[in-house]
Design a protein. Structure first.
Length: 211
């Protein structure tokens, strides 16, 4: 996890924390950070599949063009479902949503939209993405970064564990989705940070209807 010097107040506060000797002072500074930047949201991390292979085969310009097409596809879908894009970084998209249900519906819509787009392009320009979703407390910087356990878990599932076209969500986040939403998931187990934890692979089909 890389912390960027984009918010001078955040950076200065972190430095003050590291220099504080008394545990009470550290606790006070930590509380200040959470009060200013903390939030409880759904983390959504999307990662394009096949970077190394496609770049080696077709070149970086080819892959950058695919990234741009991905960005133009997911941006309006995320916004229309009440999400907020924190940043696009390389071939990743980091976003937050108020609820896991909104994030899952967005993920399904994105997968279906990309599949439809792929039907109109040559095979060497086909885009495939994996998406990880989790819910929890996190620090959100307006300049374009997000930190927290939920972010880390969503990143791990979206970037490392999830395969092309998959949507993975932690059990904790899945449990927050009401049954009447009729979101179908396959129970799986993932390893994150050396710990095994229950999760779900969202099941969707070409004719899936998303509200």
């Amino acid at each position: 996890m890389q912390i960027r010097p984009t918010d001078p107040i955040f950076q200065e506060t972190l430095l003050n924390y590291s220099l504080a000797i008394e545990s009470e002072n550290r606790k006070s500074i930590e509380d200040e950070i959470w009060q200013r930047y903390g939030s409880e949201k759904t983390a959504f991390v999307l990662d394009m599949s096949g970077f190394s292979l496609l770049t080696r085969k077709y070149g970086i310009v080819h892959y950058l063009a695919m990234i741009r097409r991905m960005q133009l596809t997911v941006d309006p879908i995320i916004s229309s479902h009440g999400g907020r894009i924190i940043k696009f970084e390389a071939d990743n998209c980091f976003a937050i949503f108020p609820t896991p249900l909104a994030a899952v519906r967005t993920a399904i819509t994105i997968q279906l939209a990309i599949a439809a787009s792929n039907s109109m392009t040559h095979e060497d320009m086909n885009i495939h993405v994996a998406i990880g979703i989790d819910y929890g407390k996190m620090l959100i910087l307006n300049e374009g970064d997000m930190y927290g356990d939920a972010v880390n878990r969503a990143c791990k599932m979206g970037e490392d564990i999830g395969k092309a076209d998959e949507i993975l969500i932690t059990k904790e986040a899945m449990d927050m989705i009401p049954g009447e939403a009729q979101i179908e998931g396959k129970s799986i187990e993932v390893s994150i940070g050396g710990l095994n934890m229950p999760a779900y692979q969202i099941i969707y089909h070409a004719d899936t209807e998303v509200e």
